[in-house]
Design a protein around this ligand. Structure first.
Ligand SMILES: *Cc1c(COP(=O)(O)O)cnc(C)c1O
Length: 319
């Protein structure tokens, strides 16, 4: 077991990211407050560079490459946002990037990744093992693999979103964080245990793929088939070794949201808050609204994780 990242790593990541990542706004909504009977604070990572929090972890990880690693380049696998983040961070830092993306990744995400100058390599996510392909590329070309969530520098970088939220609004009673492989949630846990002790952290994953819920219940990492859900950023098959350990140590519970609840949240963000949020980015708020947790009178943080959704898909889903 590699050592777990700590709050000090999150604080160091925040220094590396200063002037590189946006300090995204925290928005309020009276309607949301009324719906939950609480004070709700939305951290808007849909407004982050490349449209999702993933730039934080990617930039932090690539910043720590040595000279040889920088010359050879980085390889990453992702259904989208990690890919874009690695591609953009690579461009900013002058590090060449090769990205494995599934054939059915949203078109806007593929185009954006190529637009940042990365080489995109396609694969079939239902039949091929992307980790094996990435490892082979890493070996053949001497590239450094930066995984989307199970990496200390990635987790520490993602933690800076929660660090900023707590710095800005103060103590929270509850924090809702969407959950795929658990990088964002683990980072949130590291920031919260140092800055807002007593805050209950809730991970929210798609109902169709509740592997994290099962993993916590069983006390071991449960692997599932790629879940069929509109939350394409959370179609992960299992937690990582680091994220599992941090989540089971620090997270209060894992709840789930259905695709219909995600669509309802997408409509809410668009109509009430004028925010474009991708389905996965809606998990946190959907969990806060529907999981039945007691939130009345509490100070509730919600991480909105990303906003990358094709216009046509947005229209189809919310029609
Ligand atoms: C990657 C991603 C997630 C899931 O993050 P993990 O760190 O894998 O749990 C959630 N929302 C969006 C928008 C993402 O891009």
């Amino acid at each position: 077991m590699p050592t777990l990242p700590t709050f000090e790593d999150v604080a160091a990541a925040a220094q590396r990211l200063a002037g590189q990542a946006h300090r995204t706004p925290v928005l309020r909504s009276r309607t949301a407050d009324q719906m939950l009977g609480a004070e709700v604070f939305f951290k808007c990572e849909n407004l982050q560079r490349a449209g999702a929090f993933k730039f934080r972890g990617a930039f932090n990880a690539l910043s720590r490459f040595d000279a040889a690693q920088r010359r050879a380049g980085v390889v990453a696998f992702s259904s989208g946002n990690h890919a874009q983040a690695i591609a953009l961070a690579g461009r900013v830092l002058g590090i060449p990037a090769a990205i494995l993306m599934p054939h059915d990744a949203p078109r806007s995400k593929v185009a954006a990744t190529q637009g940042y100058g990365a080489e995109v390599i396609r694969f079939d996510r239902y039949r091929e093992d992307r980790e094996a392909i990435a490892l082979r590329l890493a070996q053949d070309r001497g590239l450094t693999l930066v995984p989307p969530y199970d990496h200390p520098d990635v987790i520490a970088g993602q933690g800076t979103a929660t660090l900023e939220l707590i710095e800005e609004v103060g103590a929270l009673d509850d924090l809702f964080v969407c959950l795929g492989g658990g990088g964002l949630l683990s980072g949130a846990a590291l920031a919260t245990r140092a800055l807002a002790l007593g805050c209950r952290i809730h991970g929210v994953e798609p109902e169709a793929g509740n592997d994290a819920q099962q993993s916590i219940a069983r006390g071991e990492i449960v692997h599932i088939e790629t879940p069929q859900t509109i939350a394409d950023g959370a179609q992960t098959q299992h937690l990582g070794r680091l994220t599992f350990e941090i989540i089971r140590r620090d997270v209060a519970d894992i709840v789930t949201a259905t695709d219909a609840q995600l669509v309802q949240a997408m409509r809410f963000f668009f109509e009430r808050m004028k925010l474009v949020v991708e389905p996965t980015g809606c998990l946190g708020f959907a969990g806060a609204c529907h999981a039945g947790l007691p939130l009345a009178g509490r100070r509730v943080g919600v991480l909105i994780s990303g906003g990358n959704v094709d216009l046509q898909r947005f229209a189809e889903l919310t029609a």
